[in-house]
Write a protein that binds this ligand. Structure first.
Ligand SMILES: Cc1ncc(COP(=O)(O)O)c(C=O)c1O
Length: 363
């Protein structure tokens, strides 16, 4: 049976043409495409500054470095995310302090944040899981710098209150640069620090030998940026197609109570990144997975709770069992294939497998 992939980048002739142009230009790095991508990206999201980096992880890392986060500092984040949002805290030798999630959508439960604050808390790092934006109106009241892990939420409107939002462009994302990331901010000083940190700490200063501090090579190449410029031009089409696919899924799945879509596809504040569903029980999920495997349908179980990683448990000095919503959510979550060019026929086939899986589970 033909494989249905979990994700697939949307590459048109425009992407081919611009990447070829970058290759032919001789400016494979630090050329005009990076600048153009940054400018167009800043315009698209409505922020003053955009800083292209080599990955979302690199972007999160230098945001915390630019804030001066250091050993013994604490950063509050979600117990349910991709491992990079905890790793970027651990890179600074700081401590991730986790919060449990809302049981229905997987986002950090802002009511839990207050309990986790201490005099060591230096920042909050909420995560826009599955293209949903975190509620910053509550988080900003704590008066701490907010760095949003927006790696999954490109295309969702930015909400005010954060110092920076960090995007990722791995090929499963709404738009891709192969590998890459983008930090956006309205704060000029912060943007200047980030530009310096991504490029070995260099500064435009006559006395730079005395002034610069340790930096990194987290630059994006012009080849990746050319891909990004083309993807930005195709963004409207990409986001519309993904939303239509989500609508089609929601309609096809509404006949069953055994699985519940996580996303409200009508919500304009959500950008469709993937299509997660919550299964009524672990047995239902296992049975659907069996059908998917039989029918060559790729799928993902989402993320394990961050505290299930032994090194995080050790360094964060917390236990997975303290976050019951996260545990329950992760146990029953299943991410269905979704990509810009997915057809109705493919979705129908996936839904048929889900229905069969449910039937088998019911015996
Ligand atoms: C929530 C989240 N944070 C961070 C990242 C890291 O981004 P990258 O893979 O570009 O380093 C990802 C990427 O998948 C992600 O989904």
């Amino acid at each position: 049976m033909k494989r249905t992939p979990l994700f697939q980048p949307f590459i048109t002739n425009l992407e081919m043409r611009l990447v070829k142009k970058a290759l032919k230009s001789g400016n494979l790095s630090r050329g005009p495409f990076v600048e153009s991508f940054e400018q167009k990206f800043a315009e698209f999201v409505g922020c003053r500054f955009a800083i292209a980096v080599s990955s979302g992880t690199a972007g999160l890392d230098i945001c915390l470095k630019a804030l001066g986060i250091a050993q013994n500092d604490e950063i509050i984040t979600s117990a349910y995310s991709f491992v990079a949002s905890a790793n970027c805290i651990l890179y600074q030798k700081a401590k991730p302090v986790f919060c449990d999630i809302n049981p229905t959508n997987g986002l950090i439960n802002t009511r839990n944040i207050k309990k986790q604050l201490s005099n060591k808390t230096k920042a909050i790092l909420p995560v826009d899981i599955f293209g949903q934006k975190c509620d910053l109106s509550t988080i900003r009241k704590f008066g701490l710098p907010i760095i949003v892990d927006a790696c999954e939420s490109f295309g969702a409107p930015i909400l005010p209150g954060a110092l920076a939002h960090v995007y990722g462009f791995y090929p499963n994302k709404q738009i891709t640069t192969g590998e890459g990331g983008m930090i956006v901010t309205d704060d000029e000083d912060f943007a200047t620090k980030l530009r310096s940190l991504r490029n070995q700490g260099f500064k435009k200063s006559k006395d730079y030998l005395n002034e610069i501090d340790i930096g990194y090579n987290f630059r994006m190449s012009d080849i990746n940026a050319a891909l990004g410029v083309a993807q930005l031009q195709n963004t409207k089409r990409i986001l519309n197609k993904r939303r239509k696919a989500a609508f089609f899924y929601a309609k096809a799945l509404c006949k069953t109570n055994e699985v519940q879509p996580v996303l409200d596809e009508r919500d304009c504040n959500i950008s469709i990144f993937n299509y997660p569903i919550i299964c009524k029980s672990v047995a239902v999920r296992d049975s659907i997975i069996k059908e998917f495997t039989k029918n060559n349908i790729e799928h993902s179980l989402g993320f394990p709770p961050l505290l299930d990683f032994k090194y995080i448990e050790r360094l964060a000095d917390a236990k997975s069992s303290d976050f019951p919503n996260t545990k329950k959510f992760a146990q029953r979550l299943l991410c269905l294939p979704i990509f810009t060019s997915i057809s109705k026929r493919q979705i129908k086939r996936i839904v048929r497998s889900i229905e069969q899986g449910i039937k088998n589970a019911q015996g």
